[in-house]
Write a protein that binds this ligand. Sequence first.
Ligand code: ZN
Length: 139
Amino acid sequence: MNIDSIKNGIVIDHIKAKKGMEIYKALNLGELDCSVAIITNAKSQKMGRKDIIKIDKNIDLDLDILGYLDSNITINIIKDNERKEKYHVELPKEIVNIAKCKNPRCITSSENELQQIFVLTDKDKKTYRCKYCETLKEE
Ligand code: ZN
């Protein structure tokens, strides 16, 4: 794959430098049957340094995970060598089964079939609380 040009695929841009691998793992990009390139420490006018991920295929991205890991990234959808779409991810209002509640008396500790749900309670501080017991999510 020519990492400068993707014919059809996705470019995840403006990833915080050094965070590309974490996103690669969280999205299970290693399990795709297409080329995936991670560029680390690319120069950026806006950010100084940034990471970029290029996926040589149009897949469904989990925008909640992306928004949760790094809400500043930009997604570019490439079709026939042209950028057809560009959008930003947002902090998800709810995160499901990404983090676990640390409160031992929380109902999710005893009811294993319950989903681990955290709700965004403060957008500026990026604070999430357990949906069931309102315990603050650990970083
Ligand atoms: Zn809880």
